[in-house]
Design a binder for this molecule. Structure first.
Ligand code: 5AD
Ligand code: SF4
Length: 591
């Protein structure tokens, strides 16, 4: 019998109850194998064990029980908060948990949360003595931070694993065999299926298990597979400051919450990233302050439902004030109460540095109370840019998606936002070909794209995901070619409308944060306007607004005023007028 099944059966026999919020934790070791089924599982690498490793294996054999892993995996947040790495388990010494300068190569797939998680994972490994490499060939450990949102995202990872197989085989006889790990959403979704399908994978770590990486890698070093895919109710990695890897960067992402309670019927995220939880305000402010001191000019607050933020960590804030939802919007969960909300956080973050732009992504349209809109309107450094994922323009499809709003409520919200924040830049996500979507529903989405005229859009063909409500209750009945045709139509309409929307900027003067040279030309610079649209302009000398005698060339991190001369669906072009500051610019800028 498969040893994992043995563990799970043993768990049942011993009467361990299900753990609240716990998906499960698996430690795939020879010990587990031998004690349950009487067999051993030396890997090819294990055959070249030296004395040290043998000793390690024998300690593993007399080491922890399965219960130990369940216990250590549910260590409360307060205990973890004092250090990035959990205390060594009794069967491993601190020394064994150290990376001993082994080189880690990290590769990221999927959303911005994954980019941030990559830096969290790296921060934890760095403290444990690992080095980072950007050269795949010299890596001792390759970690893929994965995405499960659509079938295609997972297929990319399987293909990558096949490529890595050759690299691993080449290294089988080396003194330091190559270890491969799958991190993030795909590890969480597929669990041991990955270990079974790809024997070359040594470790699995779900999105809430990155603190456990040093231990998982140590176990893997002894030639055994190891996994932790436990989801947590409170892990926010609040105390793990991601390492700022690019010293020339002008902007950074700051994770403020994790997980999702919305349960939209198409979405795998609640199953891969677990329940919604927010990082305490104080630790977010500390990170933003540090980034400001490092000279960064832009911070994007990050979370799966960033504006559902609710810091319940301080008892005094757990009052009974109930939540203000946008008008006409409802939730799939019981109304939550109390805590410090997104408006409070946004207010505090925007006060840290008036020269630092603040953005946030990805929000849910249900959580836009007027307090948030008011702040965006009145603070110069909060960008007037809102992502409002609609997903569909048909109320019937929205209901099947369990989005908690109708087309009419969504459109009303758009009008309300535009009244509050004139010139606001809007973007959205749409899914083409959801279960039961008719041609009429599709045309409703086309008409919503025309009606709103978004500045940016992210459009996808529906991909059925196991575990979701749609998988259990609905039929994926729109033919693949129909989905793709509808997607193409949405893209075409979106582009036409975005071009029109962006052309309204021609002739205006806009504040641009310079990022560096344009990808296509060494004589042009590239930056972003307040709406997060790319702006390209020639790299020429210009006046400095604070000192008219001074002639300067724009550098990454500078704010410049650019007169817009042309626009497409994705980019603006213009010529630079002068270098300025964010505070001084509002007098000159037209939307
Ligand atoms: N199929 C296609 N697109 C999806 N998205 C989420 N789940 C799916 C799915 N199963 C899209 C939604 C979401 C964005 C991040 O990805 O539009 O807002
Ligand atoms: Fe992909 Fe969603 Fe996970 Fe991000 S949260 S990595 S988009 S599945």
């Amino acid at each position: 019998m498969h040893h994992l099944q043995c563990i799970l059966q043993a768990q049942r026999c011993l009467g361990w109850g299900p753990l609240t919020s716990v998906s499960w934790l698996l430690l795939r070791t020879c010990r587990a194998h031998s004690s349950f089924s009487g067999t051993t599982c030396p890997s090819p690498e294990g055959q070249q064990e030296d004395g040290v490793r043998k000793d390690f294996s024998s300690r593993l054999a007399t080491g922890p029980t399965f219960q130990h892993f369940l216990r250590s995996a549910s260590v409360p947040q307060e205990k973890l908060a004092s250090s990035d790495v959990v205390d060594p388990p009794p069967y491993l010494t601190v020394d064994e948990l150290l990376g001993r300068q082994r080189k880690v190569y990290l590769e990221t797939y999927g959303c911005q949360m994954n980019v941030n998680d990559t830096e969290i994972a790296w921060s934890i490994l760095q403290k444990s003595g690992y080095l980072r490499t950007s050269n795949l060939q010299e890596a001792d450990v390759i970690l893929l931070v994965t995405c499960s949102i659509r079938e295609k995202a997972e297929q990319t990872i399987w293909n990558r694993l096949h490529q890595l197989k050759a690299l691993k085989t080449k290294r089988l006889r080396s003194r330091v065999p190559l270890k491969i790990g799958i991190l993030g959403c795909m590890a969480e979704r597929l669990k041991e299926e990955i270990l079974n399908r790809e024997k070359m994978v040594d470790i699995l770590a779900g999105p809430d298990a990155y603190r456990d990486l040093p231990r998982l890698l140590t176990v893997a070093e002894s030639g055994q597979q190891a996994a932790n895919v436990l989801l947590s109710l409170d892990e926010t990695y609040a105390d793990v400051m991601p390492v700022q890897t690019s010293p020339s960067a002008t902007s950074a992402f700051v994770s403020i919450m994790r997980g999702c309670d919305n349960m939209c019927s198409y979405c795998i995220v609640p199953f891969t990233r677990g329940r919604e939880r927010s990082r305490p305000v104080a630790s977010i402010l500390e990170e933003v302050r540090k980034l400001s001191e490092q000279g960064l000019k832009e911070v994007t607050l990050l979370g799966q439902n960033v504006n559902s933020y609710r810091d319940n960590s301080e008892v005094q804030f757990n009052n009974a004030v109930s939540t203000n939802l946008s008008r006409g919007f409802s939730t799939n969960y019981k109304t939550k109460q109390g805590g410090l909300r997104f408006a409070h956080l946004l207010d505090q973050v925007s006060r840290i540095d008036p020269e630092m732009r603040i953005r946030f992504t990805s929000p849910h349209p249900k959580d836009f109370p007027d307090e948030v809109l008011q702040l965006i309107h009145e603070r110069d450094n909060i960008c007037k840019q809102i992502h409002l994922p609609a997903q569909s323009g048909s109320s019937r499809v929205l209901e099947a998606m369990r989005r908690g709003y109708s087309r009419e409520a969504y459109v009303e919200l758009i009008h309300h936002i535009r009244e509050f924040i004139p010139g606001v830049s809007l973007s959205s996500d749409f899914i083409a070909g959801f279960c039961g979507e008719t041609e009429e529903d599709h045309l409703q989405t086309v008409s919503l794209l025309r009606e709103v005229q978004y500045n940016m859009g992210f459009l996808f063909a529906y991909s059925m995901r196991q575990k979701t409500r749609a998988y259990h209750r609905l039929k994926d009945d729109v033919l693949e070619e129909v989905k793709l045709r509808r997607l193409e139509e949405l893209i075409t309409v979106f582009r036409e409308e975005a071009t029109k929307a962006n052309k309204t900027s021609v002739g205006c003067t806009q504040l641009v944060l310079v990022e560096g040279f344009s990808k296509r030309s060494a004589t042009e610079l590239c930056g972003r306007n307040d709406g997060n649209l790319k702006v390209i302009f020639p790299d020429v000398e210009m006046e400095d607004a604070t000192d008219s005698e001074l002639r300067v060339r724009a550098q990454p991190g500078d704010y410049v005023l650019v007169k817009i001369t042309s626009a497409s669906s994705q980019t603006l072009r213009g010529h630079v007028l002068c270098r300025t500051t964010l505070k001084d610019s509002s007098a000159y800028c037209s939307p």
